[in-house]
Design a protein around this ligand. Structure first.
Ligand SMILES: [Zn+2]
Ligand SMILES: [Zn+2]
Length: 159
Protein backbone atom coordinates (compact mmCIF):
# COMPACT_ATOMS: atom_id res chain seq x y z
CA UNK A 1 0.00 0.00 0.00
CA UNK A 2 2.16 2.74 -1.39
CA UNK A 3 1.88 6.21 -2.86
CA UNK A 4 4.42 6.97 -5.58
CA UNK A 5 5.15 10.67 -5.27
CA UNK A 6 6.73 10.86 -8.71
CA UNK A 7 3.71 9.54 -10.53
CA UNK A 8 0.92 11.61 -9.03
CA UNK A 9 -0.94 14.00 -11.30
CA UNK A 10 -1.47 17.54 -10.17
CA UNK A 11 -4.84 18.18 -8.63
CA UNK A 12 -7.05 15.30 -7.59
CA UNK A 13 -6.57 11.68 -8.49
CA UNK A 14 -7.76 8.35 -7.16
CA UNK A 15 -5.59 5.63 -5.70
CA UNK A 16 -7.28 2.24 -5.38
CA UNK A 17 -6.03 0.35 -2.36
CA UNK A 18 -6.35 -3.19 -1.11
CA UNK A 19 -4.22 -4.95 1.45
CA UNK A 20 -3.96 -6.76 4.74
CA UNK A 21 -3.00 -4.99 7.92
CA UNK A 22 -1.69 -6.36 11.19
CA UNK A 23 -3.76 -4.40 13.67
CA UNK A 24 -2.52 -6.31 16.70
CA UNK A 25 -5.49 -5.14 18.75
CA UNK A 26 -6.55 -8.32 20.53
CA UNK A 27 -8.99 -8.27 23.43
CA UNK A 28 -11.97 -9.13 21.22
CA UNK A 29 -10.89 -6.71 18.54
CA UNK A 30 -9.41 -7.82 15.21
CA UNK A 31 -5.80 -8.97 15.06
CA UNK A 32 -5.83 -8.46 11.31
CA UNK A 33 -7.97 -6.60 8.84
CA UNK A 34 -8.32 -6.29 5.11
CA UNK A 35 -8.53 -2.73 3.88
CA UNK A 36 -10.23 -1.83 0.62
CA UNK A 37 -11.35 1.27 -1.20
CA UNK A 38 -10.15 4.32 -3.03
CA UNK A 39 -7.96 7.00 -1.57
CA UNK A 40 -8.60 10.49 -2.91
CA UNK A 41 -5.25 12.17 -3.45
CA UNK A 42 -4.99 15.95 -3.72
CA UNK A 43 -1.61 16.98 -5.02
CA UNK A 44 -1.16 20.63 -4.14
CA UNK A 45 2.12 22.45 -4.14
CA UNK A 46 4.49 20.61 -1.84
CA UNK A 47 2.00 18.35 -0.16
CA UNK A 48 -0.37 15.49 -0.77
CA UNK A 49 -3.68 15.36 1.04
CA UNK A 50 -5.08 11.85 1.34
CA UNK A 51 -8.77 11.54 2.08
CA UNK A 52 -11.78 9.38 1.41
CA UNK A 53 -13.31 6.51 3.33
CA UNK A 54 -11.96 2.97 3.11
CA UNK A 55 -13.64 -0.19 4.34
CA UNK A 56 -11.92 -2.52 6.78
CA UNK A 57 -12.97 -6.13 7.36
CA UNK A 58 -11.88 -8.31 10.25
CA UNK A 59 -12.94 -10.87 12.85
CA UNK A 60 -14.30 -9.17 15.92
CA UNK A 61 -16.08 -10.19 19.09
CA UNK A 62 -19.67 -9.09 19.58
CA UNK A 63 -20.02 -6.63 22.46
CA UNK A 64 -23.28 -8.29 23.55
CA UNK A 65 -23.05 -12.05 22.98
CA UNK A 66 -19.22 -12.29 22.78
CA UNK A 67 -19.48 -14.43 19.63
CA UNK A 68 -16.89 -13.95 16.86
CA UNK A 69 -18.19 -12.49 13.64
CA UNK A 70 -17.00 -10.85 10.43
CA UNK A 71 -17.15 -7.12 10.96
CA UNK A 72 -16.91 -4.29 8.44
CA UNK A 73 -16.18 -0.74 9.49
CA UNK A 74 -15.59 2.58 7.77
CA UNK A 75 -12.10 4.04 7.93
CA UNK A 76 -12.06 7.77 7.17
CA UNK A 77 -8.65 8.99 6.08
CA UNK A 78 -6.95 12.24 6.98
CA UNK A 79 -3.32 11.85 6.02
CA UNK A 80 -0.92 14.51 4.79
CA UNK A 81 2.36 13.82 3.04
CA UNK A 82 4.68 16.82 3.36
CA UNK A 83 7.42 16.92 0.78
CA UNK A 84 9.16 19.69 2.69
CA UNK A 85 10.69 17.39 5.29
CA UNK A 86 12.21 20.21 7.32
CA UNK A 87 9.01 21.98 8.15
CA UNK A 88 7.58 21.77 11.65
CA UNK A 89 4.10 22.49 10.46
CA UNK A 90 1.34 20.10 11.40
CA UNK A 91 -2.03 19.66 9.79
CA UNK A 92 -4.62 19.77 12.56
CA UNK A 93 -5.65 16.24 13.41
CA UNK A 94 -4.24 14.73 10.25
CA UNK A 95 -1.60 12.03 10.36
CA UNK A 96 1.57 13.53 8.94
CA UNK A 97 4.16 11.71 6.85
CA UNK A 98 7.31 13.60 5.87
CA UNK A 99 8.92 12.38 2.71
CA UNK A 100 10.32 14.29 -0.26
CA UNK A 101 10.60 11.74 -3.05
CA UNK A 102 9.98 8.18 -4.07
CA UNK A 103 7.36 5.81 -2.79
CA UNK A 104 5.62 6.49 0.47
CA UNK A 105 4.71 3.42 2.49
CA UNK A 106 1.22 4.13 3.78
CA UNK A 107 0.95 0.99 5.92
CA UNK A 108 1.51 2.61 9.32
CA UNK A 109 -0.80 5.54 8.65
CA UNK A 110 -3.52 3.22 7.33
CA UNK A 111 -3.15 0.94 10.34
CA UNK A 112 -3.48 3.89 12.69
CA UNK A 113 -6.54 5.14 10.81
CA UNK A 114 -8.19 1.71 10.96
CA UNK A 115 -7.50 1.36 14.69
CA UNK A 116 -8.81 4.86 15.45
CA UNK A 117 -11.99 4.18 13.49
CA UNK A 118 -12.78 0.87 15.19
CA UNK A 119 -15.94 1.32 17.28
CA UNK A 120 -16.03 0.71 21.02
CA UNK A 121 -18.36 -2.29 21.14
CA UNK A 122 -19.51 -3.57 17.75
CA UNK A 123 -22.46 -5.95 17.71
CA UNK A 124 -22.84 -9.02 15.48
CA UNK A 125 -26.25 -7.77 14.34
CA UNK A 126 -28.48 -4.89 15.39
CA UNK A 127 -30.96 -7.15 17.19
CA UNK A 128 -28.40 -9.33 18.97
CA UNK A 129 -30.03 -10.34 22.26
CA UNK A 130 -26.75 -10.83 24.07
CA UNK A 131 -26.07 -13.00 27.08
CA UNK A 132 -28.28 -13.42 30.10
CA UNK A 133 -26.61 -11.35 32.82
CA UNK A 134 -27.51 -14.02 35.40
CA UNK A 135 -26.71 -17.42 33.91
CA UNK A 136 -24.73 -16.35 30.86
CA UNK A 137 -26.79 -18.25 28.30
CA UNK A 138 -26.71 -16.87 24.76
CA UNK A 139 -30.20 -15.46 24.30
CA UNK A 140 -29.87 -15.70 20.52
CA UNK A 141 -29.75 -19.46 20.63
CA UNK A 142 -31.40 -20.43 23.90
CA UNK A 143 -33.70 -19.36 26.67
CA UNK A 144 -33.44 -19.67 30.41
CA UNK A 145 -35.80 -19.30 33.33
CA UNK A 146 -34.22 -16.10 34.46
CA UNK A 147 -34.68 -14.44 31.08
CA UNK A 148 -37.69 -12.41 32.18
CA UNK A 149 -36.32 -11.17 35.45
CA UNK A 150 -34.63 -7.98 34.52
CA UNK A 151 -34.11 -6.82 38.05
CA UNK A 152 -30.98 -4.81 38.59
CA UNK A 153 -29.19 -6.65 41.41
CA UNK A 154 -28.40 -3.34 43.08
CA UNK A 155 -32.10 -2.84 43.82
CA UNK A 156 -32.63 -6.24 45.35
CA UNK A 157 -33.27 -6.22 49.06
CA UNK A 158 -34.41 -2.60 49.10
CA UNK A 159 -37.83 -2.04 50.63
ZN1 LIG B 1 -23.98 -10.75 19.26
ZN1 LIG C 1 -30.46 -16.79 32.45
Amino acid sequence: MKLDLERQEHGRSELPIEGDLDLGLGDGRPERATLRGTILVDNVESRFLLGGILTAAGRAECGRCLGAFDFLWDVPLEIVVLRDVDTDEGEGDSLVIRQATGEVDLTDALRESAVLAFPLAPVCRPDCRGLCPRCGIDRNTGTCDCADEDIDPRWEGLP
